[in-house]
Design a protein around this ligand. Structure first.
Ligand SMILES: [Zn+2]
Length: 127
């Protein structure tokens, strides 16, 4: 059984929906949603509204914490890798890393495709 967690939207409790009502009859109050899984903010917000609320409060601080870009990032053949799946193909060539500048293809495993373990966050091959 998975652990319940709270929506991280700072205004979640202010939205008036039936499922946010908690407490005894006559003394109901709205509470932050609690679920095992959420579909927004990488699994941490219950709705696009709550995700947007989170960003309005914390987005600027996140940029300050992780740092702003101070020069443009440049796409080269070394960081142009993405993982792709050929839906029509079966077997070994179904999953592949694709370089969208050189159009080179390299076969990968299904696990590498699912988890992006073969490509770094900035598009470089890690293997
Ligand atoms: Zn929420």
């Amino acid at each position: 059984m998975s652990q319940l967690k709270f929506c991280q939207g700072p205004q979640c409790h202010t939205y008036n929906t039936k499922d946010r009502k908690r407490g005894p009859k006559g003394n109901k109050r709205n509470e932050t949603r609690r679920r095992s899984h959420f579909g927004y903010l990488d699994g941490n917000a219950c709705s696009m509204q709550c995700q947007d609320d989170w960003f309005k409060v914390y987005g600027q601080r996140a940029l300050q914490h992780f740092g702003y870009l101070t020069q443009p990032r440049v796409l080269t053949k070394d960081n142009a890798w993405v993982n792709r799946r050929d839906w029509r193909s079966e077997g070994n060539d179904r999953y592949y890393a694709y370089n969208h500048l050189t159009e080179e293809r390299r076969p990968i495993t299904e696990d590498q495709y699912q988890n992006d373990t073969n490509i770094t966050d900035d598009g470089r091959l890690a293997i």
